[in-house]
Ligand binder design. Structure first.
Ligand code: SAM
Length: 128
């Protein structure tokens, strides 16, 4: 399935998912009580990481020093926009690398990492 496929999650996103949900996730996901879960989700990460469902980049402060770069996959422009301040102040190279976790760029033509695993907070870990 490609990102232009009518069955794709991205093309099916409505106003709520595109405009409203990113703000709710940014507020709720930014609550102090979530921090220990983010800490746990991100610990042990290293090298290049793909975060599928990047949202507003709330995981950025939790990436350990061993992470060298992040490929952010996020369909909602509003989420990416809300990440602006965090993106501007991190020293980590973070690139919006795709819109749909269902159709990631292949390792062959982009150098994208080969192995991917996911956690409940949407962090995907790339194999070295
Ligand atoms: C529960 S939020 C998690 C956001 C962020 N990882 C965090 O921990 O705050 C899930 C995110 O997945 C995104 N999403 C929805 N469908 C997606 C898809 N097909 N591919 C990639 N991301 C998607 C949503 O826009 C949303 O930002």
């Amino acid at each position: 399935m490609t990102s232009t496929d009518p069955r794709s999650t991205v093309t099916c996103m409505g106003v709520y998912s595109k405009r409203v949900l990113p703000h709710i996730l940014n507020t709720c996901g930014g609550m102090k009580s979530v921090a220990p879960m983010r800490q746990r989700a991100c610990e042990g990460l290293g090298g290049d990481v793909i975060e599928i469902g990047f949202g507003s980049g709330l995981n950025i402060p939790f990436y350990p020093d061993s992470v060298t770069g992040v490929a952010a996959i996020e369909p909602a422009d509003a989420g990416w926009k809300l990440a602006g301040q965090r993106l501007a102040t991190t020293g980590l190279p973070i690139t919006r690398s795709g819109l749909d976790g269902q159709s990631l760029p292949s390792a062959d033509n982009t150098g994208a990492p080969k192995a991917v695993g996911a956690t409940s907070l949407g962090v995907a870990v790339a194999g070295a």
